[in-house]
Design a protein around this ligand. Structure first.
Ligand code: ZN
Length: 236
């Protein structure tokens, strides 16, 4: 249900969603839309009081997200990151759709939207084989004996996930834009979940024994220089 509330910092339009949690949570999506999760037992006045108390932060971040979203949607893909390296993209008008890597630049021939789809397919295949190589190398390095599956997903919400019951590790396709160490750090993280399923102290001691520089590699995952590559790779 879309609702509006007038605050000292501006009007906040939000989608009110029900949650089983007792806590009220405010979420701002990439496009600047706001969701408020609140338990149905909480009176609307209390939810609105909570929103008002956070109005400064909400209004500021909604504006930032909207600006960034508009910028990303209007910018032409003139370069892309692959394994942390920036490749300029050159568009050449032609009748036939073709993609080639030449001297550290990517050349796309033909209608740009179709050529971009072709490049995306190439990237997806490259990501699958690159992730599989690192996955197997790390599995051997840390001595995992079990059979573990690997799956590459077109997702934005997470970098990796580990289903320790089904024994499958999933990696986000957009990792392929990141540098090799950052990609490894996510794979180590997911393998550590085979031993420890939560994110408590013991988990991080296992993870740091696998990957001592984990925190510095992890930080690089969210660098905003990857935003345009992510948007292109994920199509969202
Ligand atoms: Zn985790």
């Amino acid at each position: 249900m879309i609702r509006k509330i007038v605050t000292d910092f501006g009007v906040i339009e939000y989608n009110l969603k029900n949650t089983t949690s007792k806590r009220i949570t405010v979420k701002i999506k990439n496009d600047g839309s706001v969701s408020v999760l609140s338990n149905s037992s909480v009176p609307i006045a209390q939810t609105e009081k909570f929103i008002t108390s956070k109005a400064d932060w909400i209004v500021k971040n909604v504006q930032l997200c909207k600006q960034k979203y508009a910028m990303l949607n209007s910018s032409r893909l003139d370069s892309i990151y692959i394994l942390g390296k920036k490749y300029p993209i050159c568009y050449i008008p032609a009748g036939q759709i073709k993609v080639a890597f030449r001297d550290d630049i990517i050349i796309l021939w033909g209608e740009s939207e179709k050529a971009k789809i072709k490049l995306k397919k190439l990237l997806f295949n490259f990501a699958k084989s690159y992730f599989a190589t690192r996955f197997n190398a790390i599995k051997t390095e840390i001595g995992v004996q079990e059979d573990i599956g690997l799956s590459v997903r077109n997702v934005k919400g997470w970098w990796g996930s580990c289903d320790y019951i089904k024994k499958i590790i999933k990696l986000s396709l957009r990792l392929i834009a990141r540098d090799v160490n950052s990609i490894d750090s996510v794979i180590y993280h997911e393998f550590a979940h085979l031993k420890i399923h939560n994110h408590q102290k013991q988990f991080y001691s296992v993870l740091l024994s696998y990957c001592p520089n984990y925190y510095s590699y992890k930080k690089q995952l969210s660098d905003s220089k990857f935003d345009l590559s992510d948007k292109y790779i994920l199509g969202k």
